[in-house]
Design a protein around this ligand. Structure first.
Ligand SMILES: [Cu+2]
Length: 140
């Protein structure tokens, strides 16, 4: 009996950790990248950031469609948010739930780190996570 109940517990843990392993699944090899600005660029305001995707499509937040998501721009985020939960929404974690593929920003003068993180219809990162390489820019 003990073995059976521990098996049940193990199964429950297994399934709950599976569900918590991130959001919707994405196609193999799907990736996100920042088209512009270029890494290392020095710019003045306003700064237009263009979002690129490969192997996965864009859909607005709330629309559940296979192999799609919407962009989130991480601005000066050194530590990624919990990838099992909806991405926070604040000045450092900007959501583009309308399916936008670019944004024009006014940034404080100085060095800024930009990175894209795709989220599913619930704003949860995909499994596997679709995260761009960071782009570091200097705003004059
Ligand atoms: Cu979102």
């Amino acid at each position: 009996m003990k073995i059976i109940s521990s098996l049940i517990v193990t199964t429950v843990i297994f399934f709950s950790s599976f569900l918590l392993a991130g959001g919707a699944t994405a196609g193999e090899g799907a990736s996100a990248y920042i088209i512009s600005p270029e890494n290392g660029a020095t710019l003045s305001n306003p700064v237009t950031v263009r979002f690129g995707l490969s192997g996965v499509g864009v859909a607005p937040a709330g629309v559940e469609r296979e192999n799609t998501g919407h962009h989130h721009l991480l601005i000066d985020v050194e530590k990624l948010p919990d990838l099992n939960k909806p991405i926070p929404s604040d000045d450092h974690h900007r959501h583009f739930g309308g399916g936008q593929t670019e944004v024009t920003l006014d940034l404080e003068p100085g060095i800024h780190r930009l990175q894209l993180l795709l989220g599913d219809h619930h704003h949860v990162p995909h499994n596997p996570v679709i995260l761009s390489e960071p782009v570091v820019i200097t705003v004059e």
